[in-house]
Design a binder for this molecule. Structure first.
Ligand code: ZN
Ligand code: ZN
Length: 380
């Protein structure tokens, strides 16, 4: 049943208004098609070869642009799975308890078996009051969508959608193809644009389309290339836009490169393992969006006195340490093909990890740890 009242009406209106930027891009795209394919290629080009090549390349770029844009807009953002939601009993308990210490205790207990490694600035469990769930790592609540969004990057008005785990690859491709689209138009339109100023063009309406086409393409090329460049940097560092502004906080403290696994693995996390899917807006990102491998040393292995927790020997040997709590099958794929991690922390003989110990030489009492070290060495 549709909700009534002025508030609901305002919400409905807002939802319609949010589509205006998308409509604007759609109209602009439609006009650019008419201006380029119609007025420039068909009406103004005299060389048949040039005409054919321009039309073929243009349609290819146009199709990829529209496809990736469409996918970015209409791919629903992913929300945290059921296990992150508090149970009814836990919610009751939270409501009864005043904020503070006990509140945290309840949340800590609820988060015990979840693959959650990030904390709030004050070190507390990240909890969303609105959705009543424990926020997975890299998940944020979007005030526009009014939902928690997995690996939220930002809410983008130009696609009227949240850019996050489910559509980040599509968003990158949208930026890439729209940039190529604009660059191609600007490059092939340039000579006609010059003719316009030197009065070499016949006085038809095509003249004005050709002029505005060049202006628009050049202008969008500049802004898109800076945005695309920025996102390439983010992907290479495995950061979301939100994380670039505020570094994630882990149990041992803030780490701005906490999710980075090195360039090639960072790229694969977004684009997947199969190169043939990289240029296509089909979902191929690795993981489930709820948990992410981190390069941080297992908190439980650490000596409390070492601030970053990285004993030199361990740091040298394994740049990448993985969480001790279970990661989901799909996520562990980035680490190894067949194994998902089980909780090693309780089985570890902490005395074995001294500052002077080389990881390879330390006695492996535990089979799981053995496997862990083995896989880590493979990753280096
Ligand atoms: Zn939320
Ligand atoms: Zn949103």
């Amino acid at each position: 049943e549709a909700p009534k009242g002025p508030e609901a009406r305002a919400r409905r209106w807002r939802r319609i208004l949010y589509w205006i930027p998308v409509l604007f891009i759609g109209l602009l795209l439609g006009w650019s098609y008419y201006a380029y394919a119609g007025q420039l290629c068909v009406v103004s080009m005299e060389n048949i070869g040039e005409q054919v090549v321009c039309l073929i390349v243009y349609h290819l770029l146009f199709a990829m642009f529209v496809w990736s844009y469409w996918k970015t807009i209409f791919t629903l953002p992913m929300n945290p799975s059921k296990e992150f939601h508090l149970s009814y009993a836990e919610k009751e308990l939270l409501e009864r308890e005043p904020r503070g210490e006990t509140h945290q205790e309840i949340l800590k207990r609820a988060a015990r078996d979840l693959p959650v490694y990030t904390r709030t600035m004050s070190g507390a469990i990240r909890y969303c009051d609105r959705c009543q769930l424990i926020k997975p790592d890299r998940c944020h609540h979007c005030s526009v969508c009014d939902k928690c969004i997995l690996k939220m990057d930002h809410h983008c008005p130009w696609v009227n959608n949240c850019v996050g785990f489910s559509n980040y690859k599509f968003f990158l491709l949208f930026l890439a193809y729209s940039l190529l689209y604009c660059l191609f138009i600007a490059a092939t339109d340039l000579q006609y644009f010059i003719k316009f100023w030197t009065n070499g063009l016949p006085d038809t309406q095509a003249k004005f389309h050709i002029m505005f086409l060049f202006f628009a393409a050049a202008m969008f090329s500049v802004s898109l290339s800076s945005l695309f460049g920025y996102h390439c940097w983010l992907v290479s560092k495995n950061k979301s836009t939100l994380e670039a502004f505020r570094s994630p906080v882990f149990r041992h403290g803030t780490d701005k490169n906490g999710f980075s696994l090195g360039f090639s693995k960072n790229l694969r996390q977004v684009f997947g393992d199969e190169k043939k899917y990289w240029p296509l807006p089909v979902f191929s990102s690795l993981g489930d969006g709820c948990s992410f491998p981190t390069c941080l040393v297992n908190q439980d292995l650490e000596q409390p006195s070492t601030p970053a927790g990285l004993t030199p020997a361990i740091k040298n040997l394994e740049g990448h340490q993985f969480p001790s709590k279970p990661l989901r099958e799909s996520q562990s794929h980035l680490l190894t093909d067949s194994q998902s991690w089980t909780d090693n922390s309780t089985n570890l003989d902490k005395g074995k990890v001294g500052k002077k110990d080389n990881l390879c030489s330390f006695v492996l009492k535990d089979e799981k740890l053995n496997l862990m070290v083995h896989v880590k060495c493979d990753l280096l």
